[in-house]
Design a protein around this ligand. Sequence first.
Ligand code: AMP
Length: 566
Amino acid sequence: MLEVDCPCVTPEAVLKASGHVEKFTDLMVKDEKMGTCYRADHLLKDFGNEKLEKDLSLSAEKAAELRHLLAVLDDLSAEELGAKIKEYGITAPDTKNPLSDPYPFNLMFQTSIGPSGLIPGYMRPETAQGIFVNFKDLYYYNGNKLPFAAAQIGQAFRNEISPRQGLLRVREFTLAEIEHFVDPQDKSHAKFSEVANLEFLMFPREEQMSGKSAKRIPLGEAVSKGIVNNETLGYFIGRVYLFLTCLGIDKERLRFRQHLANEMAHYAADCWDAEIECSYGWIECVGIADRSAYDLHAHTEKSGVALVAQEKFSEPREVEAMNEKEAMEMKAALESKGEVEFYVCTLGKNVCIKKNMLLISKEKKKEHQRVFTPSVIEPSFGIGRIIYCLYEHSFYTRPSKAGDEQLNVFRFPPLVAPIKCTVFPLVQNQQYEEVAKVISKLLKVAGISHKIDITGTSIGKRYARTDELGVPFAITVDSTSSVTIRERDSKDQIRVSLDEAASVIKAVTDGQTKWEDGSSPSPHFTLLSSLIVKTTLYILISIIWGPLKIIFKRFKSDFEKLKINL
Ligand code: AMP
């Protein structure tokens, strides 16, 4: 993947070509007296949810109708939303004044570029367009080969009508986007088999429309049955699932919801949102879309620069520009009407051809390559939303040792925890502090973010403090030659030698070794665990040996008696 970093301020021409100037809108309604603006779909959503939660007199039929409305809300046109607002008598939430009809509001922040103020521009509403306009160079950097991807992380700006839900809907946010370019005639993916066996909650369009809930479907089956449009889209759905769950998102509160027909941009072949459930409900955190060849077509047309790829043939192929039947039909139409509509695939649209513009004759030519506009599959990650949900999914409380208070813990996996480790001298003394500083240096060299706490606070309190910050490991200096490492969630401890402490922490935070696997990152680790196992076995055997001997003796004497009787 090629990483790029494009400017946030984008010339109007780019966003006109992409369709954002005309279509990047949300439907808004206004308080007719006060002028306050609201998002039309949000008002209906709030109305529906409140009715379903609080109105005890609601008939089963009405409740089903409201549930259906909530399921298809994103699919409604301005007229349909307006009609529903009227039907339910929804008014402005703050004043109860009547509302205007819904009308589109463009979400982009406008600006002007340069001192004259004559060049209009916008703050980018997504990072993707920067990649599309640079396609030609990116394709070249990739050795003119497909498939390939470019990725970008940066700020996106949207003038949201009513930002709410805390950090989930903001006007400036971090977006991470991948644009994966692929041959439209071959959307298979070489690594699909690596994700095909994953099984997780999917919410296909049909299930939503019929009021059913999300269900567990193996990804391979979803692709082979055509629920997911193609392998490459399926591959990215699988990778997004692995990414989110690896960060610490709860598998049970993650689902992939397919866009409804109208919710999806008209050009998109298929689109799925990774939705995460949190205290605000199910929130779209990653959008994964097959945008077909729309973007590259659109920029080609407006800029006049062909954003295309070539497939070189090993042997030249004989081709006909049109098949004979089509050509003859076109000829006849030109004769009778004087002009015809003709679809140009590299432009992705119809053009008008007049009779005097062409001559129809039959010839075959040899082609050495195929020129085509690539399709693009785009996973688009809202970083702030993912992090917010991660906080909610990672948080839990547990009682203190004395049982008199509840302690907060963030169970961030070591890979994502901002601070990987803390270093504590067990008691305040010069020698232990020196050792703690040596370990801190070793951790720094190993590139492990850590905190050193040499305050005299009790060790229990210092553990509780780091648990609250989600620090997965604590190194306690309780001798000058070896130290104790404690894991946050299990509270298990191991002893390792002083000079191994940093490498053990590195192995468990890099993911080379899992703490719970017991597979050892150090010889001391094995030694210690095998010592523990052997000692436990020895104690167990000595405890049960006495009773075992008695049972064995009795069994022996019974057996002797039985033999005599026989
Ligand atoms: P979209 O291009 O609308 O599909 O948005 C891509 C991703 O950006 C979504 O999946 C969200 O995670 C995130 N996102 C969109 N709008 C906002 C916003 N106003 N505030 C924070 N994140 C957002």
